[in-house]
Design a protein around this ligand. Structure first.
Ligand code: TYM
Length: 337
């Protein structure tokens, strides 16, 4: 069976971008008998950008409750918390030792931090932690540990999957025979109509831009947030361009093809922004309304969430422990014989 794996960093409240770009396609894929799926809460990754323990804790709870509320079946998938798998940081070390620094210099997240520093006339590496620099190596360990074939992610993560491939390849080349490679080389999977969902201000929806629409807001708050989506000044009756509109882009991510065609026509006919936003609210609310109730219920029972995570960790470690034994042996640090 093909293995599918993906993770979400536990620093914020899940938003429509995470849902459309990662959670929804992952849960859909998990229902197919073609795949064996692994979904996890990337809480070690959270520590790279968040040093507020209460926030990491709360976010872990919210993200776990989100996946469960959306109908993730933990009997057929492996759903776990990254930090419960003690073998992951160990594998990360092995990969650190085969990964060239030059490759990491090219990572987008690191380069963005350096560019921002230089622009402000600061030292290039100011406030860059080893955590940020090593981010793609930790991610490679997540992926290679479980032999993932496919990694569904948003566009922003493609580079990291390629880097994981690179590190896996290098490990195989150095430590394994051609016939028996230990590392499975992963491929990224990006849904094409939803690759990067836009946020309130038209930029990519992202925790770091503060422009998100959280997934499980109350109905009232959801409508309020949708009303804040930036639009141009065209009045009702004036034709609007769907292809530059965030309202339309989000519509497309939730609508059927027929509904999208219909909205396109309404834009051409000069639908008013208020009306379009009301329709968008109804569309989203219909898709997530039921899950919202389950989510609120789960959030009041954290011990039940924890139980699910423990079950997942046990399943995951049935694979990670033997995998790590093989890796230790391959590099020459297993017990003496
Ligand atoms: P993170 O937590 O930033 O985002 C989780 C997933 O959501 C996708 N995403 C989006 N997709 C579409 N539109 C958006 N506006 C949007 N915002 C976020 C992201 O592409 C991602 O797929 N490093 C990863 C987490 C991670 C991981 C892994 C993923 C750690 N280890 C191993 C896959 C495999 C991250 O920070 O994602």
């Amino acid at each position: 069976k093909q293995r599918v794996l993906t993770g979400i960093t536990t620093t914020g409240t899940p938003h429509l971008g995470n849902y459309v770009g990662a959670i929804r396609p992952a849960i859909e894929a998990s229902r197919s008998s073609e795949f064996e799926s692994f979904f996890f809460l990337a809480d070690y990754h959270a520590l790279i950008k968040c040093h507020d323990p209460a926030q990491v804790h709360q976010s872990t709870k919210e993200i776990a409750a989100t996946w469960l509320a959306l109908g993730l079946d933990t009997d057929i998938t492996t759903f776990y918390r990254q930090s419960d798998i003690r073998e992951i940081p160990e594998l990360m070390w092995m990969l650190n030792c085969v990964c060239s620094k030059g490759l990491m210099n090219r990572a987008h997240a690191y380069k963005a931090a350096v560019d921002a520093n230089l622009e402000e006339g600061e030292d290039a590496d100011k406030a860059v932690t080893m955590g940020l620099f090593n981010y793609p190596v930790l991610m490679a360990a997540d992926i290679l540990m479980f032999g993932a074939h496919k990694v569904p992610v948003g566009k922003d993560q493609i580079q990291h999957i390629e880097m994981a491939r690179d590190m896996g390849q290098r490990f195989n080349h150095i430590f394994c025979s051609k016939k028996n490679p230990l590392m499975t080389l992963p491929e990224h999977v990006v849904g094409d109509n939803v690759a990067v969902l836009q946020g309130l201000d038209g930029r990519k929806m992202s925790k770091s831009y503060g422009n998100t629409i959280p997934l499980f807001l109350s109905e009232k708050q959801l409508q309020k947030h949708i009303n804040k989506i930036k639009t141009n000044l065209l009045e009702p009756g004036e034709a609007k361009d769907p292809d530059t509109s965030t309202v339309f882009q989000i519509w497309q991510a939730f609508a059927s093809e027929a509904q999208t065609a219909e909205m396109r026509q309404q834009f051409a006919d000069g639908i008013g922004w208020g009306d379009a936003k009301k329709q968008l609210f109804a569309l989203i609310n219909e898709e997530i309304g039921e899950a919202r109730e389950k989510y609120n219920d789960l959030m009041s029972r954290p011990q039940d969430i924890e139980e699910e995570l423990q079950k997942g960790a046990e399943k995951a470690r049935q694979l990670s422990v033997p995998m790590m034994e093989k890796v230790r042996e391959a590099v020459g640090i297993a017990g003496l014989k």
